[in-house]
Design a binder for this molecule. Structure first.
Ligand SMILES: [Zn+2]
Ligand SMILES: [Zn+2]
Length: 152
């Protein structure tokens, strides 16, 4: 992520915290900084490990709480999937691709399709103001398809 985008994200977070009368703690901004360094999806465990690697120690409770706050602020989205762990992603990243979800194993793959994104952006919807979107396509991944075929 470039520096300008990153500053924008931190500014939006500061504004959101002020609006909600929440404290802007060092922990909260470091967690967002760390999240900005992920190129795609991440879960709690990955985030925790990365923060430890930065020599920044936070409790799981603080992490959970901060992720909730960030989801509520709209800066990150939580993918509600059946896979093993809850996955998160920066909203600005999530809008650049669709998500292919395997209904057998829960694997997620990203699909970049510029036309699809443009179509969604250009949708004219009456009595509704879209803010962002996340696209999911459900199906069976090639690994599972292979495994299922071999069972037969
Ligand atoms: Zn994604
Ligand atoms: Zn699968």
């Amino acid at each position: 992520m470039d520096a300008k985008k990153y500053t924008e994200m931190q500014d939006m977070f500061t504004m959101y915290l002020a609006e909600k009368k929440l404290r802007k703690t060092e922990e909260r901004s470091v967690i967002l900084e760390c999240i900005c360094s992920f190129p795609g999806h991440f879960d709690m465990c990955m985030l925790h490990q990365k923060l430890e690697g930065m020599n920044f120690h936070v409790s799981r409770a603080t992490l959970y709480n901060t992720l909730d706050v960030l989801v509520d602020s709209g800066l990150i989205i939580r993918h509600q999937l059946m896979s093993q762990s809850m996955q998160y992603e920066l909203r600005i990243l999530a809008e650049t691709h669709s998500h292919l979800i395997c209904t057998k194993c829960g694997a997620i793959r990203e699909l970049k399709d510029a036309t699809l994104k443009k179509d969604v952006d250009n949708l004219k919807i009456s009595r509704f103001s879209p803010e962002y979107h996340a696209l999911y396509i459900y199906g069976v991944c090639s690994k599972c398809k292979y495994r299922l075929q071999r069972k037969k």
